[in-house]
Design a protein around this ligand. Sequence first.
Ligand SMILES: Cc1cc2nc3c(=O)[nH]c(=O)nc-3n(C[C@H](O)[C@H](O)[C@H](O)COP(=O)(O)O)c2cc1C
Length: 215
Amino acid sequence: MKKNQNQGKQKNSIPKNRRKIRKGSAETCRKQLWKPGNMLYPVPAVMVTAVDKSGRDNIITVAWTGTVCTNPPMVYISVRPERYSYPMIKETGEFVINLTTRELTYATDYCGVRSGRDTDKFDVLKLTRQNASKIAAPLIGESPVNIECRVTQCIELGSHHMFLAEVAAVHVSEKYMDEKGKFHLEEAQPVVYSHGAYCGLDQILGTFGYSVRKK
Ligand SMILES: Cc1cc2nc3c(=O)[nH]c(=O)nc-3n(C[C@H](O)[C@H](O)[C@H](O)COP(=O)(O)O)c2cc1C
């Protein structure tokens, strides 16, 4: 999501396909009716770290995750009970959400198709363990944002159990901070998961509130 080099300079120098999307530019689509299923995309694909009481840690890729409350800051992850990571999170009530980037895409996929039962994913992927500040689960050093979480509720929904959690601490990489201390997540090249594909976010189409902002 690198900013166009010309942004902020002459308006007409921004290529047409990178100009802000304006009112009335979308067309109506003809639809097919599908049976109920998961079609809410894109979603984040994050690497969740956890550790059991004996100190054995693990990384699991999770796409069923999101923010559910601003104050107190709360998130959720939904995990199948058969995952190796599940009892770690259930027993300790702790996990870390590690955001993923273009450079971490391979690791993200790998942690989603290999189990910690047979593999030390940190070692195989040469990822760095960093200490969390409030919980025992490790952070992934290469991730630009790590969110330490404490489970408040486990809701057994069906195939997945939803761990609702309060954010205990957030770590952000200094690499993406400007001289004023503003954090530029887009420079870390975050990745989303969309209907089976990992996708980058290569264009900024507008910023929060631009549809009503005075020009
Ligand atoms: C992109 C992606 C997203 C995934 N999302 C979830 C998820 O939200 N919940 C879940 O239980 N498993 C999810 N999985 C599957 C687990 O990550 C996978 O089964 C993993 O190998 C489990 O690791 P573990 O056995 O070491 O815990 C996902 C896999 C991929 C590739």
